[in-house]
Design a protein around this ligand. Structure first.
Ligand code: CTP
Ligand code: MG
Length: 454
């Protein structure tokens, strides 16, 4: 089966040649430009031939002398980047420093400025290290291991646990290569991953003692970069995602199937099914327009908002069972909350001190003048009920969202100006209209890890 999967996910020779030609063409173009750059290097998975078929990702690094001032370095990097894309679509993106990325003839091209230094440890940003990564892996990673890298990338991608962008809190490509290098091949890797523990350390070059590495990096998974012992390659991986990966490898080992790489065909529910499923839960959502910003940033922002709103709801005693963010990266953002109940009782119980505590009792009784019912004594304590300020979660979210809109800044603030609270009716409308939302919302309603059904 793995062989068949590989046929589907490995670029053909012609494709590879075409990609390499395109990369070389752009590289030459930059080399011939006037400017302060010294060299242009193809990096990333294309340079290492570990990319997935159809990914069409060209990462080019423009190198500057290490003595060039930070300001000039940035300006030159952006200038060259923009020149490359003259007549094409491009945008400014950020990792630790700004760079330009865009599209040329269907390829996603990134032009990343970097300092030319001898050791990766002297660098300041993650992407700068890529040429060092390529150099390190060269000759170490065999051809068959490259197949394994592709299999593991695709496996992770399919369960939405792959990539370096903030959206996924996942495992980046380079980390996948290191996993294969460490364990040997795809199947052994899955076995090893299936018994990973929190605080797992993968330190190929043995830079650290296990406990020291754990203390220093303090992350669910620690993969020490062989080219820089002070960097954890998998720093972005969240504990949640790590647990999902572990569970998925176990499911695969029990019952391997193609679905682990390509998913199941039927991903979305019918409208009728969705409507039925909604009857069983209490849902509330905040929809707003897509902020004018790079997708990575927007995902981070919506996730932060989701957490913030969930906390605010909890403070008002609405028990939030789940909160999840979604965006189509174009027009819409939606944060969905599953609550235990949208409507709470009118009254809110307040537990006071023990009756035997004289002074505390006096204070408690004095402090609460406007009571609904009580004070009375229950199991030795003063108890009273006061009026709940927000018995309805929708009402509360309306108020809270308008407060949020005035607190946030920039593009997000603007986007939040166009917002609506979504209940069953609005959610179903969106379900009907937007195919991407349909897929997300089907998953949400199901509330089950897809890979358990592969
Ligand atoms: N990189 C890194 N750490 C990150 C992001 C990127 O070290 N958090 C470096 C890696 O050397 C990586 C390169 O930047 O190879 C390009 O990043 P990206 O395109 O995200 O990953 P690829 O390895 O190219 O994998 P993919 O096949 O997904 O493109
Ligand atoms: Mg890449």
């Amino acid at each position: 089966m793995l062989k068949q999967v590989l046929e589907k996910i490995t670029p053909s020779r012609q494709e590879l040649e075409k990609e390499m030609r395109k990369a070389e063409e752009i590289r030459q173009k930059i080399l011939h430009m006037k400017g302060k750059h010294l060299e242009v290097v193809l990096a990333g998975s294309l340079a290492r031939n570990t990319h997935l078929k159809g990914d069409r990702d060209i990462d080019l690094f423009v190198m500057f002398h290490k003595n060039l001032g930070r300001k000039e370095f940035q300006e030159e990097g952006l200038r060259i980047g923009k020149r490359v894309f003259a007549g094409h679509k491009w945008e400014k993106a950020f990792t630790e420093h700004p760079y330009i990325r865009g599209e040329i003839d269907g390829y996603e091209v990134e032009i990343v400025p970097t300092y030319k230094v001898e050791e990766a440890e002297k660098l300041q940003s993650a992407v700068d290290r890529s040429p060092f990564h390529s150099k390190y892996l060269q000759g170490k990673l065999g051809e068959e291991q490259k197949d394994s890298v592709r299999l593991l990338k695709k496996f992770l991608k399919n369960i939405k646990a792959y990539g370096a962008d903030a959206r996924a809190s996942s495992i980046p490509g380079y980390a996948v290569e290191l996993i294969i290098l460490k364990y040997g091949d795809f199947e052994v890797s899955l076995k090893e991953i299936s018994s990973w523990e929190k605080g797992e350390v993968i330190d190929i070059e043995n830079y650290w003692e296990r406990e020291k590495a754990r203390k220093k990096f303090c992350a669910p998974l620690i993969m020490v970069d062989p080219t820089d012992k002070n960097r954890n390659v998998s720093a972005a991986l969240s504990e949640h995602q790590m647990n999902r990966i572990i569970a998925a490898t176990r499911a695969f080992l029990k019952k391997p199937s193609r679905a682990f790489f390509f998913g199941k065909k039927e991903k979305t529910m019918s409208y009728k099914k969705a409507k039925q499923a909604m009857k069983k839960t209490e849902l509330l959502a905040l929809g707003f327009s897509y902020p004018k910003a790079v997708a990575d940033i927007v995902w981070g922002q919506t996730r932060r908002l989701a957490r913030k709103i969930a906390n605010a709801l909890m403070e008002q005693e609405f028990n939030v069972l789940r909160a999840q963010e979604w965006t189509d990266e174009k027009n819409h953002c939606v944060i969905v909350f599953e609550l235990e109940a949208i409507q709470l009782e009118k009254a809110m119980k307040r537990f006071g001190p023990l009756v035997t505590n004289k002074s505390a009792s006096e204070n408690f009784l004095k402090a609460h003048k406007r009571v609904f019912s009580g004070p009375r004594i229950e199991q030795g304590r003063w108890v009273l009920e006061i009026e709940r300020k927000y018995p309805n979660a929708k009402k509360y979210l309306e108020e809270y969202a308008s407060k949020l809109a005035s607190e946030e800044k920039g593009a997000l603030r603007k986007a939040l100006k166009k917002r609506k609270i979504m209940m069953e009716k609005e959610l179903l409308e969106m379900f009907k209209k937007n195919a991407e939302f349909r897929e997300f919302f089907s998953c949400f309603l199901k509330g089950k890890e897809e890979f358990l059904e592969y």
